[in-house]
Design a protein around this ligand. Structure first.
Ligand SMILES: Nc1ncnc2c1ncn2[C@@H]1O[C@H](COP(=O)(O)OP(=O)(O)OP(=O)(O)O)[C@@H](O)[C@H]1O
Length: 469
């Protein structure tokens, strides 16, 4: 069975009339892209089909020879309670509808109603089934605490518990067709998470990344949806958009918080309908792509401020993860340091340098506003300057502003830390507090504590001794 069948489970249509089965199959495929459909004309075979296939939704006729739809509904509710049954009856009778709902039907439709309503009902049942499955899978994954495919995260170096829980979540929702929203500060590794989500999705198509920041609406539409020949002056050739490039794969929309409001409308329409119009064309195209969106912005705040459409926001955050900043997982710093020193040495054709013992400890005291990207850049800079066997701390000290050059960043920003203190400490008290904090941050390492506050180790040691007296 092709991977691109939608949805992941089958929809079983049961009716003794072959013409209705044909018509409903065509309608569901055309209007909702549903291609994973089984049909059954003989009511007596339905339980056997359910036992032998992964069926999530059943469309059930009520009046059939041999076995009534109501009897079947009762059996399905008992033997396959997770399956959503939509009764599609020839009769518009309230009493029958009420009886069916009591027997466990998910929904009740009448054959003569407009087909849009049935399609919407089927999509509701599909979504409900998907959510139920995702929920079950996530619970199982969290309970076991194990990753089924740890290799999908191999490029993401971490030992942090929050990150490992995030991996379990991403794995659990990876096969969902619904969007995944990845938030977190710049440089935390959001793009790496998107890559893992794609690898785990099992989708046969490509991962296509588009940075939507700064795209005006026309460029956004052209980039995503492409154009036909002659769509605008200069459009001499038709061009496929990124959505088509990502068909049966993943479309990664980076910096989604910067999307203009008109472009938000276009994206929402595509997410809701699964179809789009290339520029200059009035023929809709339909493709299946999984959307993963990322932003370093606070989308909830943007939504509250009216700068991000609420409907799109809720659609995008169906599944969501927040990648924590590096300062919230400082124990990752030594691992990442080792990883990037190795990577930098390989790329620069050098032998991997040995870092001084205190380096990791020093870096763990830094807040890394630029997160993992900042640490990576520091390592590359240090390795490119490196000559001797042991790596010099200087490049790192410079990068984190501890080299005695220039003022402390807090002072530069006009935020003197003593500004908030009611009673100013005396000079000696302030020094003692500073030394204590440096010792705390350096984990009791005097050499490192001395570097943090810009004095020599013997001078620090002398002060410590004087405090003990
Ligand atoms: N845990 C990690 N292990 C190894 N490399 C990482 C890790 N996290 C981030 N990186 C590396 O750091 C750099 C920044 O990561 P990435 O581009 O994924 O961040 P981002 O959150 O998408 O940033 P932005 O918001 O600026 O787009 C990349 O070179 C990436 O490979």
């Amino acid at each position: 069975m092709s991977e691109s069948f939608y949805p992941a489970f089958a929809i079983l249509a049961v009716d003794d009339e072959a013409a209705w089965l044909r018509s409903v199959s065509l309608t569901l495929e055309r209007a909702a892209g549903i291609t994973h459909l089984l049909t059954c004309q003989d009511a007596r075979r339905v339980m056997e089909v359910l036992d032998g296939n992964d069926v999530g939704v059943v469309l059930l006729d009520l009046t059939m020879p041999h076995l009534s739809g109501e009897d079947l509904l009762g059996r399905i509710s008992v033997e396959h309670p997770d399956v959503k049954v939509i009764v599609v009856s020839g009769m518009n009778q309230v009493e029958t509808a009420v009886r069916c709902m009591k027997l466990g039907a998910f929904d009740y439709h009448v054959k003569t109603e407009e087909e849009d309503r049935l399609v919407a009902g089927v999509l509701r049942a599909v979504r409900m089934q998907e959510l139920q499955r995702e929920n079950g899978e996530m619970t199982a994954r969290f309970m076991s605490g194990e990753l089924r495919n740890p290799e999908a995260f191999a490029g993401i170096v971490t030992q942090d518990r929050t990150m490992l829980t995030l991996f379990s979540y991403v794995e659990a929702v990876a096969r969902s067709p619904q969007p995944l929203l990845v938030t977190g500060e710049s440089g935390v590794g959001k793009e790496l998470v998107a890559g893992a989500a794609h690898r785990l999705s099992g989708l046969p198509g490509k991962l296509v990344a588009v940075n939507v920041a700064g795209l005006d609406d026309a460029v956004f539409a052209d980039t995503l949806f492409g154009h036909v020949r002659g769509a605008f002056t200069g459009a001499e050739q038709p061009r496929r958009g990124m959505v088509e490039e990502a068909a049966d794969g993943t479309l990664f929309l980076d910096e989604i918080g910067d999307l203009s409001v008109p472009s938000q409308v276009k994206l929402l329409r595509f997410l809701q309908e699964g179809e789009f119009f290339p520029l200059g064309s009035d023929r809709p195209k339909r493709v299946k792509v999984r959307v993963v969106a990322a932003t370093h912005q606070d989308l909830a705040a943007k939504e509250r401020a009216g700068m991000f459409r609420r409907d799109l926001y809720y659609r995008l955050r169906t599944h969501r993860v927040r990648v924590p900043p590096l300062r919230e997982r400082r124990e990752d710093v030594p691992l990442l340091l080792d990883h990037f020193l190795g990577e930098a040495a390989r790329q620069l054709g050098k032998k991997k340098p040995t870092p001084p013992k205190q380096l990791a400890q020093l870096l763990m005291t830094h807040d890394f506003p630029g997160n993992v990207r900042e640490l990576r850049a520091m390592c590359f800079d240090a390795v490119s300057r490196h000559r001797d066997r042991v790596l010099s701390m200087d490049a790192f000290l410079e990068a984190i502003g501890r080299h005695g050059n220039g003022a402390h960043p807090a002072a530069e920003e006009g935020q003197n830390p003593f500004g908030v203190v009611e009673r100013l400490p005396t000079f000696d008290e302030a020094l003692e507090l500073l030394v204590q904090e440096a010792m705390r941050r350096s984990g009791g390492n005097q050499t490192l504590a001395a570097r943090l506050v810009g004095i020599s180790q013997p001078a620090l040691s002398k002060r410590l001794k004087s405090y003990r007296r």
